[in-house]
Design a protein around this ligand. Structure first.
Ligand code: TYC
Length: 102
């Protein structure tokens, strides 16, 4: 019967469109990878210019780490793996890490 239909009060739900978290790719300094090789990897994998690559490399060299790029998690992880694979092939211990942005 129509009277038996219980009408639930409608709750207004906010549309939840959460922005996907962004991730930082971080270049880590070491004592063995040549500066030129680091710049080459930054240019090849992260499409950096020579100047930007040099600046990012030098920041990591001086401070220990440097942010390379901020992007979606899968891209951050794929690119840092690509970069470390290049280094591994060449026999260098160059390391990239990823971490969520605050
Ligand atoms: N410290 C290295 C050297 O003196 C160069 C280098 C810079 C290595 C940045 C890694 O993330 C790095 N040859």
């Amino acid at each position: 019967m129509a009277e038996d239909i219980i009408l639930k009060p409608k709750t207004i739900t906010k549309p939840k469109l959460e922005r996907p978290k962004l991730y930082k790719v971080i270049l880590v300094n070491d004592d063995y990878t040549p500066r030129e090789f680091v710049i080459m990897v930054l240019k090849a994998v992260f499409r950096m210019s020579e100047e930007t690559g040099y600046r990012v490399m030098l920041t990591a060299h001086r401070l220990g780490t440097s942010v390379v790029v901020v992007c979606a998690r899968d891209i951050a992880e794929t690119k840092s793996k690509e970069a470390m694979d290049l280094a591994k092939e060449a026999g260098f211990p160059l390391m990239f890490t990823t971490e969520p942005e605050e």
